[in-house]
Design a protein around this ligand. Structure first.
Ligand SMILES: [Zn+2]
Ligand SMILES: [Zn+2]
Length: 274
């Protein structure tokens, strides 16, 4: 797509090889962001767990690698001084980890912290293909309920600037029957009450779900509630920076959004883009 269509947009949800399942260093993502005409780039690699719990799983940064993360982001900033590069983390919200998340929040001058729910039960990261068979073994209704209950709790913790991929459990294409607003409404009320923003995450386009997270209906309800929005790629490789943004932008527009939120030093600022 022509670079000018992305003018004013930022991509704050990108990863690095430090999480062991992404490729390309921040400097490579920054080059891609410049080429695509993004206004800002942000990094949000998967958050480390307390040393005593390591290794927690095989898809996150080690606590000892945090300095390498900061160095890599600084190197990208030095190479592309004309591009504002924000420092963030995609933090796993797990009930009981709140004190650890507060500790993480004090470890750097973060521009933003994303709250994401991947774990819906101990040892069960709902987006991990290793657990795909569980969608056949248990009612999808129950799986979504587990996820959205944790997601609402994540938002109400007030630990995060925005939350990631709202309807993640649809990743493999499993959706409960009927009107799904019963899942969305409590979450949107929590977003509005806590002043937390959320993202359109275009990675869903590259997954069996075949659509962005979240669905249009969620977006419309969030718009009506006055919740702030970001559009992010969840890039795990430099070529995914800004990927699917034309689809995300069209969805945002259809839902009635006229702007997005940018973050610096954990302070949000609304920017008109549409
Ligand atoms: Zn990842
Ligand atoms: Zn995630």
């Amino acid at each position: 797509m022509p670079a000018n269509l992305l003018n004013g947009l930022t991509d704050y949800h990108t990863h690095t090889p430090l999480c062991h399942h992404a490729e390309g260093w921040p400097i490579d993502y920054a080059r891609a962001a410049m080429e695509r005409g993004l206004a800002e780039l942000g990094f949000a690699d998967h958050s480390p767990m307390p040393a005593a719990l390591e290794p927690f799983d095989d898809w996150r940064m080690a606590l000892a690698d945090l300095p390498r993360y900061f160095d890599a982001v600084d190197a990208a900033r030095a190479a592309f001084p004309q591009l504002p590069i924000r420092l963030g983390l995609e933090v796993d919200y797990i009930a009981g980890h709140e004190a650890w998340i507060e500790e993480l929040a004090g470890m750097a001058d973060w521009d933003f912290l994303i709250g994401s729910v991947h774990y819906i039960a101990p040892g069960w990261d709902v987006d991990n293909p290793a657990h795909l068979s569980r969608f056949e073994a248990q009612p999808v209704e129950e799986i979504w309920q587990l996820y959205f209950t944790a997601y609402e709790r994540c938002i109400r913790s007030r630990l995060f600037d925005f939350v990631g991929h709202p309807d993640l459990p649809k990743k493999f294409g499993y959706r409960p029957e009927g009107d799904l607003r019963r899942f969305y409404e409590p979450v949107i009320a929590a977003l509005a009450e806590t002043g937390t923003a959320f993202e359109i995450n275009t990675a869903g386009l590259r997954k069996p779900a075949g659509e962005c997270y979240p669905v249009l209906e969620f977006l419309k309800l969030a718009r009506e509630a006055g919740v702030g929005l970001l559009i992010n790629s969840d890039a795990h490789a430099p070529q995914e920076v800004g990927a699917g943004f034309e689809v995300g932008l069209a969805l945002a527009k259809e839902a009635g959004f006229r702007g997005v939120v940018r973050f610096e030093g954990r302070k949000g600022r609304a920017v008109k883009i549409l």
